[in-house]
Design a protein around this ligand. Structure first.
Ligand code: PLP
Length: 213
């Protein structure tokens, strides 16, 4: 089942758009099924679960962290993450920078834009993102933007969220050409995200089925 769902999604994704298989709440057996079908990039959103799964999977897996990261949990995530997609505050970025300096490691990250209508959703404002990019971050490799659209069935709202982040991404890229990644799109909205310029989609339930809570 996982193999079939994966290959359907991969067939529909344009070349050059990376697929992050969001495996949170699913057991390692399910991840291995995706791995055996060729999937190498996995996304997790909880530090404990992330750190527990890493040693149970083959070493050529690329792990993306996509959830809220508290600064006291950095050591569970930063040694293993090939990309931290969810830098949602200046405070977190500063802590990652300090960890990178202390461990002599440059950490690849995306900056998470506060995108959806939900106030509860985290993320940086556009002004904060511009302020971050205007500074030097020797131990952080800022590769692009991540965002989550408003959780709604109204496609026009989702599209306008994606268009907003995509416009910001293109505008920032003029000044900062090292920004190459736009991570938008999940199970319900990834085709729209691809239309709006996604370079990376994060898909969970459409691959692994509903999450078990
Ligand atoms: C869970 C999650 C996803 C995947 O959600 P699905 O709807 O299961 O595809 C994508 N991005 C983030 C940040 C998530 O937390």
């Amino acid at each position: 089942m996982i193999r079939e769902r994966l290959s359907e999604i991969k067939a529909a994704l344009p070349a050059g758009v990376q697929l992050v298989a969001v495996s949170k709440f699913h057991p390692v057996e399910a991840l291995m099924e995706a791995y055996d079908a060729g999937q190498r990039i996995f996304g997790e959103n909880r530090p404990q679960e992330f750190a527990a799964k890493v040693p149970q999977m083959p070493s050529d897996v690329q792990w993306h962290f996509i959830g809220h990261l508290q600064t006291n949990k950095l050591k569970l995530v930063l040694p293993y993450a090939s990309l931290v997609q969810s830098v949602d505050s200046l405070h977190l970025l500063e802590a990652i920078q300090a960890w990178g300096r202390a461990n002599d490691k440059v950490i690849p990250v995306l900056l998470e834009l506060h995108l959806g209508a939900e106030e509860t959703k985290g993320g940086l404002t556009e002004a904060e993102i511009r302020q971050i990019l205007a500074s030097e971050w020797p131990f952080v490799d800022i590769r692009g933007l991540m965002g989550m659209a408003t959780n709604t069935d109204d496609e026009s709202v989702v599209r306008s969220d994606f268009e907003r982040i995509s416009a910001l991404f293109r505008s920032l890229r003029n000044d900062y050409p090292f920004l190459t990644e736009l991570s938008i799109g999940m199970s319900d909205d990834w085709p729209l995200a691809v239309q709006c310029g996604a370079t990376m989609v994060r898909i969970g339930s459409s691959i692994f089925g509903p999450r078990q809570y």
